[in-house]
Design a protein around this ligand. Structure first.
Ligand code: ADP
Ligand code: ZN
Length: 223
């Protein structure tokens, strides 16, 4: 199974990807995670992308595409995968289509997680991330047992620079300007499944599983 998760920041793409990975044994490919790792490792790409990411802007396509292609060369993708955070504009979607064509692969589902701005801002501004194992928590929705400390590994939690309110607002703008048009792009390819992601994560996951057992695509009416 090959899945693209589409939707605004804070729609819960990362959370659903994790559930999908655990339940269906798929590889989770998050370009945000790949980029954050490049920043943490202080690679050449990492040094270039940090300022874009901190402000909530997209990083240049060629850099994220380079990281993605490298990731797609690993063996674990053969069992299927979830793309989380890629593509984020039409140029990236076109590159992805070509990569898949060249490898004779196709995308089975593009799952569009729809969430409203107040929900997004509440989720992102309260998110805290483990500095060591990257586990995600939320100050009210999913608080750690001990404030500021990761339940899994005991390391300290931090707030991503792009989860500060100004950067969140910019990410939403960038989403509307660059990414939202991909809804139409995948609608035309008859791959789009839309769901309301304003609900808690386990409920959204149930809806995704319903799509797999009863795939009713959103189909464009005849012109
Ligand atoms: P979110 O989806 O919640 O905004 P991500 O972790 O997916 O968070 O992405 C964080 C940042 O990484 C983005 O704001 C952007 O700067 C960068 N990024 C991730 N994926 C891409 C991509 N496909 N193209 C360009 N930039 C990206
Ligand atoms: Zn941890």
């Amino acid at each position: 199974m090959r899945i693209i998760l589409l939707g605004p920041p804070g729609a819960g793409k990362g959370t659903q990807a994790k559930l999908l990975k655990e339940n269906f044994n798929l590889a989770h490919i998050s370009t945000g995670d790949l980029l954050r790792k490049a920043v943490a490792d202080n690679t050449i790409i990492g040094k270039t992308v940090k300022s874009y990411m901190d402000k909530g802007n997209l990083v240049p396509d060629n850099l994220v595409i380079e990281l993605l292609k490298e990731r797609l060369s690993l063996q674990d993708i053969n069992c299927g995968f979830i793309l989380d955070g890629f593509p984020r504009n039409v140029a990236q979607a076109q590159v992805l289509d070509k990569v898949f064509r060249d490898r004779n692969l196709n995308i089975d589902y593009v799952i569009y997680l729809k969430a409203d701005a107040p929900v997004i801002i509440q989720r992102l501004s309260g998110r805290r991330v483990c500095s060591k194992c990257q586990a995600n928590f939320h100050i009210t929705n999913m608080p750690p047992k001990k404030e500021g400390i990761c339940d899994n590994c005991g390391s300290h939690l931090y707030q991503r620079n792009d989860d500060k309110v100004e950067a969140i607002k910019n990410r939403l703008k960038v989403y509307l300007k660059e990414t939202a048009s991909l809804i139409g792009y995948y609608l035309k390819q008859n791959k789009l499944f839309e769901m309301d992601a304003n609900f808690p994560a386990p409920l959204v996951f149930e809806k995704i599983k319903n799509v797999f057992s009863n795939p009713t695509r959103i189909v464009l009416p005849d012109p």
